[in-house]
Design a protein around this ligand. Sequence first.
Ligand code: NI
Length: 129
Amino acid sequence: MAPPLWGYAPVKVSLEAGFASFAEHWRPKVAAELNGQELKLVKIQGTFPWHSHADAEEMFLVHRGRMRVEFETQVVELGPGELVVVPRGVVHRTAADEEAEVLIFEPAETRNTGDLEDPVFTAPNGVKI
Ligand code: NI
């Protein structure tokens, strides 16, 4: 077991500043990492393609605006402070009529389009705010 660590310099993250630092849609930005997971900030507008993640669960938490997480038989509408978890393997897509700011929690290196390789929507991984 590693000994306790003193003298660590913590890094504070501002969601407001993070979301203000970029404008493009569907391009997640890593704001924090912990336990092999990433917290990503993303702005969305329009409709994302259907996809699934064979080995990852992902959580969507709305920061500003409204979004939908759509499943084959159900649509979950989310507003600020509301979240939903998509289990691994489950087909889903996200959508927003007007721009929404969303937090995504998922394992590092999770491709945003999952099993799908899309020329428009597949985003590079590991891009930090
Ligand atoms: Ni997904």
